[in-house]
Write a protein that binds this ligand. Sequence first.
Ligand SMILES: *Cc1c(COP(=O)(O)O)cnc(C)c1O
Length: 379
Amino acid sequence: MNTFGPPKLVLARGEGAHVWDVDGREYVDFLGGIAVNTLGHNHPALVAAVSDQLSTLGHTSNFFTTRPAVELAERLLSICSQPDAPEGRVFFANSGSEANEAAIKLSRLTGRTKIVVMQDAFHGRTMGSLALTAKAAYREPFEPLPGDVTWIPFGDVEALRGAVDEQTAAVVIEPLQGEAGVNVAPTAYLRAAREVTSAAGALLWFDEVQSGMGRTGHWLASAPSGVQPDVVTLAKGLGGGLPIGACLAWGEAAHLFGPGNHGTTFGGNPVVCAAALAVLDTIEKESLLDHATAVGERLRAGVGADARVTDVRGEGLLVGLTLAAEKAPEVVAAAQDAGWIVNATGGDRVRMAPPLVVSFDDVDALVAAWPGILDAAGA
Ligand SMILES: *Cc1c(COP(=O)(O)O)cnc(C)c1O
């Protein structure tokens, strides 16, 4: 169906951070399937993990569990918990929206309904996650959506204090907003959110669907803040291209769901769990957190040096640029003509989220091509 408009390319294969279309033309992929292809394309560790698991056991129902699902749950809790975290639990889903649906349902089991969300937030397209998504054009054709949602400006501590009360089930924050054009929440804001939600008995829920799993040079974008949330949702980069979502919860929040409250046929599938384990193993083995930090710094400094770029935001390899002119779609088209895949999140905002394996050479080549791309776009 025509949900996406005409496809920009028909892609045929990929290798590392490079892809080829059906006519054999090569592109360097600075979008990575929108922050999904963590290990790039055709990574041998991911291919082997998926192939081995599929040839061993491809699916069970949720009457049963499997070793990859249990190992992945334990692994996620170990890399996503702050040192002082209480015991955690994991629910596996198939996408970011579904991970968020799980978190919405979980928050309703507190006995409260009010959810406080950030202006400009993106939480997905299913009816529940859409109810928390800011853009009116996405929401309005589908109203009525689940209610009791309160919007506050991103990063405004006073607005947060004013909005969170004894009726509040949860406060939802993307520690690094991706779809909004890459906005980083200040550490002090995340800490204030912890304090305010704890005082009101509300859940603090970080949507790290886009920002998590190494994208920012940390397992979670919120990790350096030291803040332990009650709930974290993950998806995109977790499976390295295979569809998986996860809703993690700690302490009392981890025990809100009981048998019969929620479910999924595919969630926790052993093939996608094995893929996610391979992604996490490879991030560690290839030191991709440090690499994302270093190569991301070089990318931001390089493309930000052009005077036609007025602002550069982001952490690691989630990079947002603001252009002086409303020319982001033209820049995306000119980049594609020159063999680079990037993306526009608004009229003047360009986003880059290349695979974490992107090389310094690829970054340097894009930085060298960048002024010519802006020229061609008339930016
Ligand atoms: C992409 C995204 C979602 C939705 O994930 P889907 O897998 O497309 O359902 C939710 N939250 C954030 C922050 C995202 O970036």
